[in-house]
Design a protein around this ligand. Structure first.
Ligand SMILES: NC(=O)c1ccc[n+]([C@@H]2O[C@H](COP(=O)([O-])OP(=O)(O)OC[C@H]3O[C@@H](n4cnc5c(N)ncnc54)[C@H](O)[C@@H]3O)[C@@H](O)[C@H]2O)c1
Length: 399
């Protein structure tokens, strides 16, 4: 048997996504047979002591508080970016120019201009691959939805509903980077709706051609500024006292309508103030022959409606998408049928597919690269434009 090639990974960012990606690199080669093995070479973040502790805990060989040095290190093959959105461009371009493959968190960037520069750098790079962590594509139930549409089981797509509902961002939550427009780019739109847009593109195989009726609202206009407050870090806030407040400059809620290249119509909603919803990432796709529904809070299941069978027995079916014998995506790597997997497995499945792609094999389902994630970013820009000018926006206008 040929010796398994190793790729040295450097991950930047050691908090929420830092943990999700570290776990993914740790587990992917244990559960999957891969053409290349990811070696957890270096973890980089801003705080030296913290990043050293993190490295020890997760098994990274090296720790660094200097991402530029890490990216320039000739030993590194793949740079993985898990930091706030305004840093994606600089880090990704530096990594591509240094000759590394790049995996970047979503959304691709804070602004469309930054995203476009990233795509240009990826095009200029010779032989390097790029990946974007739209991880929900690799929840097996959503992957199956993509496969069913591709097999023609839904026929012509008529109607899509994508919504992503959370409720964590009430008035007591301080000014995390996620509420700063110059860091995040947008709020519920880029944070949550980007996943719904990607999921809709992925499942239908169609592109959004027009956005209309967009509404974006900031309900909580001022937030407390407290350094190191719960759930994340505050970027660029400097020394602050508990009494200080500053404006939240992003949307708490966003909604819009859309048309797809195949003629389907769609509605999208995202909010971080949907009281009672914790991670309601849901999508429904209705076609002439059938329909699918996915709700991340019941992530093992795909709801399937077959409109081609005898009407007397038509009805929604709940498929537990974990049956390796039935060919369910990713199931062969995991547990016996209905021994359910969770949030982290979308990331592990993606790390496995990244290793497959780097080893010259096909991923289980298409992996978004910078160019692909740029299409989602164009839709985000169209939504902002539609909301601002209260008008429909053709995607032809958004280059
Ligand atoms: N795929 C998903 O479902 C998903 C979920 C959450 C977040 N994200 C994305 O992941 C990215 C990070 O989000 P998060 O929730 O992990 O944020 P976080 O606040 O939990 O962690 C941010 C990390 O970035 C590091 N960092 C910030 N500025 C840095 C700099 N200049 N140099 C080096 N390190 C720096 C911080 O030290 C920290 O480790 C964002 O782009 C976000 O949109 C994606």
């Amino acid at each position: 048997m040929a010796e398994q090639k190793q790729i040295n990974v450097a991950l930047i960012g050691s908090k929420f996504m830092g943990r999700a990606h570290s776990n993914a690199y740790l587990k992917a080669p244990r559960f999957f047979d891969l053409p290349v093995e990811p070696v957890m070479h270096t973890i980089a973040a801003r705080n030296r002591e913290e990043v050293e502790r993190f490295a020890k805990r997760w098994g990274w060989i090296n720790a660094s508080d200097d991402w530029k040095k890490v990216v320039a290190d000739e030993a590194i093959d793949l740079v993985d970016i898990g930091v706030p959105n305004h840093m994606h461009r600089e880090m990704a371009i530096a990594a591509l120019e240094a000759g590394r493959h790049v995996a970047c968190e979503k959304p691709l960037a804070d602004t469309l201009d930054s995203a476009r520069e990233m795509v240009a750098a990826a095009k200029k790079a010779s032989g390097q691959k790029t990946f974007v962590w739209y991880n929900y594509r690799r929840c097996p139930a959503l992957t199956l939805a993509h496969q069913l549409v591709k097999q023609g089981k839904l026929g012509r797509i008529y109607h899509v509903r994508g919504f992503y509902l959370q409720d964590w961002a009430g008035p007591d939550v301080p000014l995390l980077w996620r509420f700063q427009g110059d860091v995040a780019g947008s709020g519920s739109l880029g944070d949550l709706c980007a996943h719904s847009i990607d999921a809709a593109r992925f499942v239908t195989g169609e592109e959004i051609t027009e956005v209309s009726g967009a509404v974006m609202e900031t309900f909580i206009k001022e937030r407390k500024v407290i350094a190191g407050s719960a759930g994340g870090e505050i970027s660029g806030s400097g020394a602050a006292t508990a009494e200080q407040t500053a404006p939240s400059t992003v949307d708490d809620s966003s909604l819009f309508l859309a048309r797809f290249s195949g003629g389907a119509v769609a509605s999208f909603e995202a909010t971080r103030l949907s009281t009672g919803d914790k991670n309601g990432n849901r999508i429904e796709v209705h076609g002439e022959k059938g329909a699918v529904r996915f709700d991340f809070e019941r992530m093992a299941e795909l709801q399937w409606y077959d409109a081609t069978i005898e009407p007397a027995v038509q009805g929604w079916t709940t498929i537990n998408v974990s049956n390796a014998g039935a060919g369910h995506p990713y199931a062969e790597a995991w547990w016996p049928t209905a021994h359910t997997i969770g949030y982290e497995h979308g990331f592990i499945n993606q790390a496995a597919d990244i290793c497959r792609a780097l080893g010259g094999e096909q991923p289980v389902a298409p992996l978004p690269d910078f160019e692909d994630a740029y299409q989602t970013q164009r839709v985000l820009a169209a939504v902002v434009e539609s909301a601002k000018n209260r008008c429909p926006v053709s995607l032809d206008q958004i280059k």
